[in-house]
Ligand binder design. Structure first.
Ligand SMILES: Nc1ncnc2c1ncn2[C@@H]1O[C@H](COP(=O)(O)OP(=O)(O)OP(=O)(O)O)[C@@H](O)[C@H]1O
Ligand SMILES: [Mg+2]
Length: 245
């Protein structure tokens, strides 16, 4: 456990999930509080994306419980979880390609934030300045590089002022400059808003650099958890993941 379950922002309790004969998650438990950056590592197929999909309501678990600030969220849809403070970014960045960069934020701000047009426009520009995309506000999103699209997706995840952001492979294939920008934005969001981040990544050195805590899944189970330094030295992690390939 990374935090006492009683005061946890996110509490994952004995979560199990099968797909036909495949056990994707075999009883996963952990918890953490606010203002935390938590890294989630593990080999391909170890259940990382499935776990994010269960936390944000894409899949229902077969058994176990998910609690946000102590309230169970099992059975909630992703849209209800988004309103309840859980945002998500994806293994392939999801942005509206044909809209402008500003509209990608303005439209969700109008809908989710139920803001007046002028307030939504102001907040969209603030978010674009924050992620370093102000100069691209009037470009269509499809003109952005893959890394810039991740910055835009990150800004969109902040529209609901989330308590928890789940990120799936945010650093994969991203230019080091943009990766640095993304890391700065994550850290500043933790500092300003006390938001927590659960970040899945195969880029273990990047995660070790930014995470306060780390978890390693191997074959759907938590093989190790604790400080990043301890987890990457753990024998099960080295044998089950880092030592492979
Ligand atoms: N919708 C699905 N239907 C059937 N099997 C699935 C489904 N989603 C995941 N799985 C299986 O569950 C297991 C865990 O997959 P998951 O995508 O969670 O792994 P992962 O740790 O995210 O892997 P990667 O590092 O490659 O992204 C795998 O065996 C996968 O094939
Ligand atoms: Mg995955």
């Amino acid at each position: 456990m990374l935090s006492e379950a009683s005061d946890a922002l996110l509490s994952v309790d004995a979560i199990a999930k099968r797909f036909g004969g495949v056990v994707a998650l075999g009883g996963v438990s952990f918890a953490f509080g606010s203002s935390a950056i938590v890294g989630l590592i593990g080999p391909n197929g170890s259940g990382k994306t499935t776990l994010l999909n269960i936390i944000n309501g894409v899949y229902a678990p077969d058994s176990g419980d998910i609690r946000i600030n102590g309230a169970t969220t099992v059975g909630w849809r992703p849209s209800a979880l988004a309103t309840g403070g859980v945002s998500r970014t994806f293994q392939t960045a999801r942005v509206f390609q044909t809209l402008t960069v500003r509209q990608n934020l303005f439209i969700p701000l109008l809908h989710h934030g139920r803001m007046a047009r002028s307030a939504a426009a102001r907040r969209a520009d603030e978010l674009l300045a924050f992620v370093g995309l102000a100069d691209f506000a009037d470009h269509t999103a499809s003109e952005l590089s893959g890394g810039q699209q991740r910055l835009l997706e990150f800004a969109r995840a902040l529209v609901t002022r989330p308590r928890l952001v789940l990120m799936d492979e945010p650093f994969a294939g991203v230019h080091p400059t943009i990766k640095g920008q993304l890391i700065r934005c994550i850290r500043e969001t933790v500092g300003r808003e006390s938001t927590s981040f659960l970040i899945v990544s195969h880029e273990v050195p990047d995660l070790v650099r930014i995470a306060d805590f780390m978890l390693c899944l191997v074959e759907g189970k938590v093989a190790a958890s604790g400080t990043p330094a301890a987890v990457v030295r753990d024998e099960t992690v080295v044998e089950g993941y880092l030592g492979r390939g």
